[in-house]
Design a protein around this ligand. Structure first.
Ligand SMILES: Cc1cc2nc3c(=O)[nH]c(=O)nc-3n(C[C@H](O)[C@H](O)[C@H](O)COP(=O)(O)O)c2cc1C
Length: 176
């Protein structure tokens, strides 16, 4: 039996009506059989980073899910010209543990503008030695005008560009 590819998806938004969460649901529907696309729902449960020896259960669960993933798909807005604190906090928990070292990562920043968070996240992913997939990064500005009220990506070019990011990530995972 061939092992399926497992992608862990992480959203930078905890908002109930989040565009980024909606995008991840759309992406989950794009994957072909043989690819598991698991949306991690624990970002909001992670305590603020500290370096005590006791690893909180929520953090251990995050580590386990990262370890089980062949690749990671991050989709995030920009808040106040930066990376949302909840997402940055999640990444901070991995600095000392190396969970992202060599891990193929795709990044979609979907926001009103988003350029600053996108650039900052690329720095952070470099700092944690993630394998930032070539062709697997995308900045989508004016995101709200590109989604409809059913949570679909209404803009065809954006849909296609996000699909290409996913395809590049899956190719990268498959060619390692
Ligand atoms: C607290 C807050 C701060 C924001 N700051 C920015 C910002 O600095 N840059 C930007 O491009 N959009 C900013 N926005 C607009 C978001 O890009 C937009 O609301 C987007 O839909 C948020 O993503 P989400 O729907 O996945 O939460 C901000 C929105 C919120 C709620």
């Amino acid at each position: 039996m061939t092992k399926s590819t497992r992608i862990l998806a992480i959203s930078g938004s905890l908002r109930a009506t989040s565009s980024n969460n909606a995008i991840l649901k759309v992406v989950a529907g794009m994957v072909s059989p043989g690819v598991e696309f698991i949306i991690y729902n624990g970002v909001g449960n992670l305590p603020h980073f500290n370096d005590s020896q006791e690893i909180p259960a929520a953090v251990q669960d995050f580590y386990n899910q990262l370890a089980a993933a062949d690749g990671v798909f991050i989709c995030t807005p920009e808040y106040a010209f930066g990376v949302p604190g909840s997402l940055k906090n999640a990444l901070d928990w991995t600095v000392g543990t190396g969970d992202f070292v060599g891990k193929p990562v795709a990044l979609v920043t979907a926001s009103s503008v988003g350029d600053k968070a996108h650039a900052a996240l690329l720095h952070t992913l470099t700092a944690i030695s993630a394998d930032i997939v070539e062709g697997g990064t995308l900045l989508v500005s004016f995101i709200r005008s590109k989604m409809n009220d059913k949570g679909e990506i209404a803009d065809t070019a954006t849909y296609q560009a996000i699909k290409e990011v996913l395809d590049k990530l899956i190719d990268r995972v498959g060619n390692r």
